[in-house]
Design a binder for this molecule. Structure first.
Ligand code: BGC
Length: 731
């Protein structure tokens, strides 16, 4: 008894910053008050490729980060880009974010985020470097596969649940790359010249949604410049818009090596500097991290009285807030790795994201019984590897060939490679070591023997084939695939072409093949998901998150010459303004080969005329629009009904249509259901850049209900009457 009493008397209350009963702000200020300037400076820059040191004296843990966004990346050595060679760091590879966007299913986005967060937590990561939400502006851009398509409403709707799902594990999402990383070519220095209206209406909304609705805990700056200043320390973008206007209370991190100046970094809102110089040791000094812009150089400016220490306090405050949400939160779950439920989620996202572009005379699903010739390198290539920082080391990756064999039986499936790419390399395209003619002849012979051909090609995440660091150099398929498809069609026209890519590709053979599938980088369960669709076990329901133009020149970014893409003299001018993707095709009446939102099913859906709850709305109202959707076929299936709006006489020109809502619904064969969506009238506003605010005109508006942006099944009009919120900053 005595001993216990003595112990109790000597037990000390925890320091306030460790006292979990106190409010976060109190704990944070207490911790900052205990730190020396050197300790604070240490926290705001890297100590290794993927970590910052925390404050060991106070027991504030290191922060460990990992790419993102499709799973948890392998472990790296401390100072460079070498895989560390661990044997326990393989993960579940989720389908690429383009595929997630193509599901048009926000519930799946949440599940996706939960899986990545759970595996990150298990691997003791505190921040996942993703998701990415830059708008798809050109099909050449090397990183489109990591983003969520061309429409701000779609990307915003999908990114919010992803972030919530991920962060529910006590792991921070890091929304990237803020902002205007719409091309990889020249990404480290290109200055984006975009009008404020397009910036606000197209390029910022998904970031804003991630911050204000998703409550993301970290954001990463992009490499490029906006208005001549690097986005990673850009006063307008970071201090003004992100932190002030949107109230972002998390940590703003550089991309790896995107800091360029100590003063700008300190003053313009950068909180953590990562990856400066490629290997962290280029300066050859004892600790190169001390030479980071926000390390010794910043300390010296503060010591000389040229910058205020309070600037650093704010950065540390944000970092500590992130710690309390992640590595100092003792209640966060433990996470799990590569579980059956993670694989099931990967398969579900993949099969809901695959898009059936064309299906003449019900060529698909393939009937069992006949011989299927699977042809093409992407039928066997491991596609979770490659592409740059989003590469993954998957524990499982079911290839398309494996998936088709598992489903149709080995004896019914023939295979031929058909074409071959070179080995992956991050800075150049390597030639294939195989003889193209021999591969082609073998494939033709295989196609002749089969009842149906499944050509599985596309891009492959090699350098300039959907890969970080540069763009594609051509809209055409690489490695001689177009010619090969033509040769195969000559001997067997019963062919479905499966394009594996994160970008639109040219399809000169489009009219000649009965079926086309837009597949994506589908992750661990990709082949199984593809077999689900090809066999008809699952009815396809993916919709295109971007337009596929018939020619590259039909895409807005390529309609204004080099100044609009890839840029001249270090500047890329977004001359198309608001008219990106379907906004361009619709407004300029240039038909896309396959429009945004397009995707077929093995059943057909009927749409009733849409109905509104009112005829006149005030700016503060919410519109309720409903219709009856019917499954007219003999199979269960899901349809994504899309709601676009247009304005009759806008004061400033507007695109012909803008997506404002969508609703994915599963219906049994013959079933009908009333679906209803709600659209806030405020969402009809546009950004007036002369007034520098969102404006809603009193006018007539129309809702166009469609199965794609070009397949409009019904319309209904209404008026917006003047009211309190007109011409105010309502978004
Ligand atoms: C990429 C980022 C990535 C970082 C760390 C950069 O090159 O642009 O997306 O998170 O590297 O790997």
């Amino acid at each position: 008894m005595l001993a216990c009493a003595a112990l109790a008397a000597t037990a000390q209350a925890p320091a306030p910053y460790l006292d979990e009963s106190l409010p976060a702000d109190v704990r944070i200020e207490d911790a900052i008050g205990r730190m020396t300037l050197d300790e604070k400076i240490a926290m705001i820059h890297a100590q290794s490729k993927f970590s910052t040191p925390g404050c060991p004296r106070l027991g504030i843990p290191e922060i460990w980060m990992s790419d993102g966004p499709h799973g948890v990346r392998v472990e790296f050595t401390w100072d460079d880009w070498m895989w560390a060679g661990w044997t326990n760091d393989s993960c579940t590879a989720m389908p690429a974010l383009t595929c997630l966007a193509a599901t048009f299913n926000p519930d799946l986005a949440e599940r996706y985020g939960e899986v990545v967060g759970s595996e990150a937590r298990f691997r003791k990561k505190d921040i996942i470097l993703g998701p990415g939400v830059n708008i798809y502006r050109t099909p050449l851009s090397g990183r489109n596969f990591e983003y969520m398509g061309e429409d701000p409403h779609l990307a915003s709707t999908m990114v919010v649940p992803y972030i919530k799902g991920l962060q529910s594990n006590g792991v921070a999402a890091c929304l990237k790359h803020y902002v205007l990383n719409n091309q990889e070519h020249d990404r480290d220095r290109v200055n984006v010249v975009v009008d404020e209206r397009a910036l606000n209406e197209l390029y910022l909304p998904a970031f804003k949604a991630g911050v204000t609705r998703g409550k993301v805990w970290a954001v990463m700056g992009s490499y490029n410049k906006y208005r001549g200043t690097y986005c990673s320390h850009n006063d307008t973008l970071v201090n003004d818009i992100l932190k002030k206007q949107w109230g972002f209370d998390g940590v703003f991190i550089t991309d790896w090596g995107s800091a360029h100046d100590t003063r700008e970094a300190a003053l313009n809102g950068l909180d953590i500097e990562m990856g400066s110089w490629t290997n962290g040791l280029t300066w050859g000094e004892s600790n190169a991290y001390d030479n980071y812009y926000m390390a010794r150089p910043l300390r010296n400016l503060i010591a000389a009285g040229e910058l205020d220490e309070k600037l650093v306090d704010d950065k540390v405050r944000r970092i500590l807030r992130l710690c309390l949400r992640t590595n100092m939160n003792r209640n966060r779950p433990w996470g799990a790795m590569h579980t059956d439920s993670h694989l099931a989620a990967a398969r579900e996202v993949a099969r809901e994201g695959i898009v059936l572009l064309k299906n003449d005379k019900d060529f698909l699903p393939l009937k069992s019984g006949g011989k299927i010739a699977v042809i093409g390198e992407n039928a066997v290539k491991v596609l979770s590897i490659g592409g740059g920082s989003s590469e993954l080391k998957p524990k499982t990756e079911i290839s398309p060939l494996q998936g088709i064999r598992d489903r149709f039986g080995d004896e019914n499936v023939l295979f031929s490679l058909g074409y071959a790419s070179g080995a992956p390399d991050y800075s150049r395209e390597l030639p294939s070591p195989y003889d193209a003619d021999s591969l082609r002849e073998a494939a033709i012979a295989t196609a002749r023997m089969a009842d149906a051909v499944l050509f599985v090609g596309g891009l492959n995440k090699n350098f300039s084939q959907d890969c970080e660091g540069d763009d594609r150099t051509s809209f055409s398929l690489p490695f001689g695939q177009d010619a090969l498809i033509a040769d195969l069609l000559a001997v067997n026209p019963r062919m479905a072409v499966v394009i594996v890519s994160g970008n639109a590709v040219d399809m000169p053979w489009q009219a000649k093949v009965p079926a086309i599938i837009q597949s994506w980088y589908l992750g661990s369960m990709g082949g199984a998901a593809l077999a689900d669709i090809v066999s008809g076990d699952v009815n396809p329901s993916g919709k295109l998150p971007f337009s596929i133009p018939a020619r590259l020149e039909d895409c807005a970014a390529h309609a204004f010459g080099e100044r609009a893409y890839p840029g001249v003299n270090g500047n890329v001018h977004y001359d198309e303004g608001l008219l990106v993707g379907y906004r361009w095709h619709d407004t300029r009446r240039i038909a896309a080969r396959y429009p945004f939102g397009h995707g077929l099913s093995y059943t057909t859906f009927g749409y009733s005329a849409p109905r509104l709850d009112r005829k006149v709305y005030m700016p503060s109202d919410t519109i309720t629009v409903s219709l009856t959707l019917s499954n007219k076929g003999s199979r269960e299936g899901s349809e994504t009904v899309q709601f676009y709006t247009s304005q009759k006489k806008p004061r400033l020109p507007r695109p012909a249509k803008e997506l404002k809502s969508f609703c994915k619904t599963r219906l049994k064969a013959g079933e009908s259901r009333v679906i209803e969506v709600r659209i806030p009238v405020a969402d009809l506003a546009y950004y007036d850049d002369s007034l520098r605010r969102w404006v809603l005109d009193e006018d007539e508006f129309t809702i166009h209900v469609g199965a794609s942006s070009a397949d409009i099944r019904g319309k209904v009009s209404f008026r917006v009457a003047p009211g309190m919120a007109l011409n105010t900053d309502i978004q």
